[in-house]
Write a protein that binds this ligand. Structure first.
Ligand code: PGA
Length: 253
């Protein structure tokens, strides 16, 4: 059984104080949500305070990025994965489409970040997903396949236990336009097949594949009913405690 993951990506929203307030308000609302792993990803500067303040709860804190470099060094502005691990951050989102689109992140950089995070003992949420133009040209699967093999090559079997993939079609992020559960399911099943080809059937069956892109309280249940959807990476709707708690506590059949 794959345990679902519901992760909130707060992007560049909320000050440290607001992040702590949100995390503390969320805590009681998800305290009994043992059916899934609950993760929130505040901005870098809020990570330690939030992690300290919710210690002992069932909420885990994730970073939204990490450096390509494994070791400390002269890399102005960067934060190494082992430094995140050191402050109690066990998860990191890597290769989000906003980083690929606006900060020039390539598959090679994604792969280096994945390796840095794995060598620091972290769990990676690696994002993949096609743009609308690519989907319209029938290239969605090829794009996702390329991102998967580009980002995840060179990993050993034990490393794969610490990989979560988030399928986030770029056209669905922040647009209010969600992929239908069937569209998402189709791509999730494809991701699992590619993972089986590249690694092993066992690793593919154990892989959690999250859906991301305009996930809301009213569409989460339909998505979660699909056999290959193992959770969600939630942007906008994770910023408000009530809506994120509703998503975490989605109706299960
Ligand atoms: P959204 O963002 O839920 O606001 O569409 C998802 C994401 O970017 O992870």
């Amino acid at each position: 059984m794959r345990k679902p993951v519901i992760a909130g990506n707060w992007k560049m929203y909320k000050t440290v104080g607001e992040s702590v307030d949100t995390a503390l308000a969320l805590k009681p609302l998800v305290a009994n949500s043992n059916h899934c792993e609950v993760i929130i990803a505040p901005v870098f500067i809020a990570l330690k305070t939030v992690a300290d303040r919710i210690e002992g709860s069932n909420i885990r804190v994730a970073a939204q990025d990490c450096s390509t470099e494994i070791e400390e060094g002269a890399h102005t502005g960067e934060v190494a994965a082992f430094m995140l691990r050191d402050i109690g951050v066990a998860h990191v989102i890597i290769g989000h489409s906003e980083r690929r689109q606006f900060y020039g992140e390539t598959d090679t950089m994604v792969r280096r970040k994945v390796h840095a995070a794995i060598s620091a003992g972290m769990t990676v949420i690696m994002c993949v997903g096609e743009s609308l133009g690519q989907r319209d040209q029938g290239m969605a699967e090829a794009v996702v396949r390329g991102q998967l093999s580009g980002g995840l090559s060179g990993l050993t079997a034990p490393d794969l236990d610490r990989i979560i993939v988030a399928y986030e079609p770029v056209w669905a992020i922040g647009t209010g336009r969600t992929a239908t559960p069937e569209q998402a399911q189709e791509m999730h099943a494809f991701i699992r097949r590619v993972f089986a080809e590249g690694h092993s059937e066992n690793a593919a069956q154990a892989l959690r594949v999250l859906y991301g892109g305009s996930v809301k309280p009213d569409n989460i249940s339909g998505l979660m009913q699909q056999p290959d959807i193992d959770g969600a990476l939630v942007g906008g709707a994770s910023l408000k405690v009530e809506s994120f708690a509703q998503i975490v506590n989605y109706e299960r059949t």
